[in-house]
Design a protein around this ligand. Structure first.
Ligand SMILES: O=C(O)CCC(=O)C(=O)O
Ligand SMILES: [Fe+2]
Length: 368
């Protein structure tokens, strides 16, 4: 039965079958390539029904394989036999499903193979064998190009091209940070982070690069297109010294103590102190800066940042954002305010940076 004649409750895209297919069938770098499954047919085999040996008809140059799901309807026989280059392989779903009590568990058996592999279904000896077949295709990488007839209105700041142009224009200005430096972009969206982050778990700030939203994603891509290397940092503003901010490029788990969070990040988590730079490259003078100098832990590094967009209002790393922003009280995740820091080279050679922001930090005045 063709795909337009039946409805299937099973959502192949939401099941993790395609991930398994990628890992099991594709290799040599291909396992990370995006693929898609197109629903093809429903087959019902009664007693004595079979499918004679064949290769699946290619339905496009991008089709590479087939996926067959066998439902847990009681049956015997009907094994799927695969043959390729003199080798033969039998997939007896009836046996697999019945042997493991999967009938009760409502599980399905599945197999994926390359389209050029010959296969046949042996006669069903009792019951009904019900299968769904999918054609497997290489999926085009996610694209931002839409058909012209589709009219889409983007918020201006989410427009990758417009953001890129504005940045390129600024970087072409020889009076803007003439010696190079670090740009800071307070991101416009807040992002959920695991509240009880433990050391050893993947750094969520690394993962965040793939999860940026809207204008943040446009900004990130625009910076990369200019051969720059934006890095997500958490920024914390001292409650006691409002002119002082502290940045850390990895997640930190902070206990709830009376201690100033910023101070703890500097002292215990390899944080850097962030001071504001002006467009001409000089540091902005703060009131109270000297006071803070005395208070800094020994060996603290300082980075001067020109803030392109101000970082968010509430930067306290362990703040309970859920109370304010969540639609459901939860304790597992918190929203955090993230900034992108990006090094730029000197005028005329902006992509020529000395690497990550952390490598460009200055010694604090307290170390002199
Ligand atoms: O039902 C099966 O197991 C396989 C069906 C098949 O090979 C096909 O529909 O092309
Ligand atoms: Fe087939």
């Amino acid at each position: 039965m063709d795909a337009d004649n039946f409805f299937l409750g099973f959502d192949v895209d939401r099941s993790r079958v395609l991930d398994v297919v990628r890992a099991g069938l594709l290799a040599g770098g291909d396992e990370t390539k995006p693929i898609r499954a197109e629903l093809y047919k429903l087959n019902v085999y009664g007693k004595d029904a079979f499918f004679k040996p064949h290769k699946d008809t290619p339905r496009g140059t991008d089709m590479f394989g087939s996926l067959v799901l066998v439902f847990p309807t009681p049956h015997e026989g009907g094994a799927l036999v695969l043959r390729h280059e003199g080798n033969e392989w039998t997939f007896d779903a009836a046996q697999i499903l019945s042997a493991t009590a999967h009938y009760e568990l409502k599980r399905v058996a599945y197999i994926a193979f390359f389209s050029d592999v010959e296969h046949e279904v042996l006669p069903v000896t009792s019951g009904h064998r019900v299968t769904i077949t999918y054609n497997l295709y290489w999926a085009p990488p996610p694209s931002v190009a839409f058909p012209e007839e589709l009219s889409i209105i983007y918020p201006k700041h989410s427009n990758f091209a417009a953001v890129g142009e504005a940045l390129a224009e600024l970087l072409a200005d020889p009076t803007f940070l003439p010696e190079g430096g670090t740009l800071g972009f307070g991101l416009r969206h807040a992002y959920p982070f695991e509240k009880h982050w433990k050391y050893g778990m993947p750094n969520p700030l690394d993962q965040l690069r793939g999860w940026l939203k809207g204008s943040d994603a446009a900004l990130f891509r625009a910076l990369q297109a200019l051969s720059l290397d934006p890095l997500p940092w958490l920024i914390c503003q001292s409650e006691e010294f409002s002119d002082v901010a502290v940045a850390v490029d990895h997640m930190v788990s902070l206990g709830r103590t009376e201690e100033d969070e910023c101070y703890m990040i500097l002292r215990d988590h390899n944080g850097v102190r962030v001071v504001e730079k002006k467009a001409d490259g000089t540091l902005k003078a703060y009131e109270g800066n000297e006071l803070y100098e005395d208070y800094l832990p020994k060996g603290v590094r300082t980075v001067g940042v020109f803030w392109m967009t101000k970082f968010g209002e509430s930067n306290s790393i362990s703040s309970e954002y859920t109370a304010t922003y969540g639609n459901e009280p939860t304790t597992a995740y918190v929203y955090m305010v993230v900034s992108l820091l990006v090094d730029i080279g000197p005028a005329g050679d902006r992509a020529n940076t000395k690497g990550v922001v952390g490598a460009k930090v200055m010694q604090s005045a307290s170390q002199k």
